[in-house]
Ligand binder design. Sequence first.
Ligand SMILES: *Cc1c(COP(=O)(O)O)cnc(C)c1O
Length: 405
Amino acid sequence: MHHNLPFSLIESITKEHGTPVYIYSQEVIERQYQRLTQAFSSPKVRFFYACKALSNINILKVLRNAGCGLDTVSVNEVRLGLMAGFAPENIIYTPNSVSFDEIEEVLALGVHINIDNISILELFGAKYSNTYPVMIRLNPHIMAGGNYNISTGHIDSKFGISIHQTRHLQRVIKALNIKVQGLHMHTGSEIKDIQVFMNSMEVILELVEDFPDVTYIDLGSGFKVPYKPDEKATNVEELASKVLERLSAFEAKSGRSLEVWFEPGKYLVSEAGLFVAKVNIVKTTPATVFIGLNSGFNHLIRPMFYQAHHEIVNLSNPNGAERIYTIVGNLCETDTFAWDRMMTEVKEGDFIGFYNAGAYCFEMSMNYNARTKPAEILVDRDMKPHLIRKPQTFEDLTRDLVLMS
Ligand SMILES: *Cc1c(COP(=O)(O)O)cnc(C)c1O
């Protein structure tokens, strides 16, 4: 939950680049990656960063340099990954509901392709047969995750090929001579219960027997990190020991050798991010005291979209008396970040910090109300801040407009 940025550094960043601003800590990203690799410490386990969480190319490079692979969901994320220097064999492409044209574009880039519906698999097999190995995304129908909107494995979910369709799946694979190299599942986000991963693994291992070309299984991710003071992260050490134990048992019994892949997004970058906004207005109404920030869901939509909780602190007055506030944005919209939060006393002009702003914050930002997107700053291991994305300007907003004659 906590970041490692001293207020003096935050203040100098805001002086140079203004607010709002997203600030990321390289040290925290690397720490999270090392937690995973140390927990698993097995050459059979590989991690691919799900870059839809935070896709700035400089962040991608931090993870590439640390030894991580990349998980992508669109052809442009694949291109960003290649631009960041990831080798194609270290990139997974896991799209949903994309056109066959996009799949072919990605195929030309040489990355691992994960197919998540039978009709695309048929088109793919008819054209490429066994010349391009694929991964298959399965839907195990396991309900998991912190919120319905971030659960992807349940019965109503659009993701993956149902495990009840494996007979049909195998018919298609056999008829078209498709080479299935990997089996994949991703059941949701913010999964604390390790049993969810073990259930997915069990379902996949059962299927592996019918897929002789499979050399890796991909258990997706959804590793949880704390967003509230009393929350705990997914216990990755316990997960690692259970997964490795189950893997050895499978290998001993089947005589096959398998790799296990994971695609953590939030786990790697969430806690590395601090979003800093400024207090424009303190307004007392008959109902509450509102703090009106120079931001809104155009910059941080998780509280509104997922009912997510972010810790919000007054960076400018950490030792003041605590009072109850309702924190809102400046959009013409009910953009409430939080009701009834205890915060140290707030004045207009104070800097307010949102914790856990690394994952799905900048990435979901938008230009609603013709407001611009803030700058992104990466603080390196020597605590030196680097501008890694300029704040947008009015010219950026109007650049693509075409004036009718
Ligand atoms: C979003 C996504 C992830 C990462 O999920 P987190 O909750 O951020 O860890 C992994 N795999 C796939 C296929 C995804 O779509």
